[in-house]
Design a binder for this molecule. Sequence first.
Ligand code: HEM
Length: 426
Amino acid sequence: MGTGGAALVAAALAVVVVTRLWTVLLHLVWRPYAVARAFARQGVRGPPYRVFVGNSKEVQAMRAATSGDTLDLNSHDYIPRVDVALRQGKEVFLAQRELQFIAFASIYNVRVPGMQYVPTKANVRRWQLERTVRGTLMAIIGERLAAAKEARGYGSDLLGLMLEANAAGDDGGKRQQDMSMDEIVDECKTFFVAGHDTTSHLLTWAMFLLGTHPEWQQRLREEVIRECGGAEVLLRGDSLNKLKLVTMVLYETLRLYGTLPMIARQATADSDLCGVKVPKGTLLLIPIAMLHRDEEVWAADAGAFNPLRFRDGMGRAAAHPNALLSFSSGPRSCIGQDFAMLEAKATLALILRRFAFEVAAEYVHAPADFLTLQTSKGLPVVLRLLDPYSWQETCCSPIGVHLQFDDSNCNVLSRSPRGVHLRRRP
Ligand code: HEM
């Protein structure tokens, strides 16, 4: 290559480097400061932004400071434990009563652009897991495609419908509803994650609340037996739909211990949120758990377990009909909410018909936010078998169980005079 060629390559490289540098500066310096200034002018303030780390360090320090705290069993105020940034936001929120939302420009982990491509230990593990997930899903899809070739069809479930949409795209003309294989794999991943942990945590927290409120547990048991019959009767969808008290308890569980304590939305255009100007691209964190404890919306007993607030339905439980945000709201709300509620009702009905239960003494009440709201060390409960005729406790010894609602994650920890102990696999 001549001198001219080398100069050309160097110039091209320089253009690429300068463009990249400009983008990095824009994202890491100019934009965060501009957004923080824009919000500050409107009265929404937080700790000052620092290049690269934002407010992550403050958030991490505050989370670390509260991680050892445990709560009283009657306290449902885990906000300071799981999101101390929200507590700080609450101060801003309260100080600026006229404002209707809190904006956070910080995220917990520092995100350096391009870092996701660096083979760090965590990234290598992530890549491995992604390969495994994709491989497993593609194997399932492969079986369906093979079955379809034998003219047995794609199946009538969600995967079958998506594969049909994929095949429809094979005839050349692309339609809006056609799906690529990558889109199908992504949808499957979403459903695996969104459809499993969420319901299992809802059930765990419902068991916690019923285990600490025996009077409600008994009311629910009576309702289940009245509407669905005893343990020997098969559960039916129509009888599950009649379980009003169970539904009320599940809503109250979702309010106090909703699986997703916070969701995020990005402004796709410059917007006006109740008088606060939100610039395009701003990431807004919606602190669901905190909103669910707002006394102006949920009444003075917002911090207490009171399923009766839902006696006239979800829409009338609070000052705003859409106040319960556990499944989010609007066009991107949870697609599986009816299914989740039915699943939870059926599981609770099965348990309530067979067992009386209480939270074991060794339980540590320290809800933790690992993307979903979880118990820190499982939920040890003591189950007492009920006599199927009298609904009284039998004379069998109680069984101590670590509940996880996921048998693939449980194993027998020990057998003790009190029964079998199960614990989550590491
Ligand atoms: C108690 C159980 C559940 C809770 C609390 C819950 C909560 C939520 C929330 C809050 C969202 C919105 C997330 C966001 O916008 O960032 C969501 C979305 C979603 N959920 Fe659920 N969910 C539950 C169960 C399920 C189940 C059982 C399924 C599937 C069978 C499911 C599938 C989905 C899907 C696919 C989305 C994404 C919808 C979209 O983006 O358009 N969820 N869920």
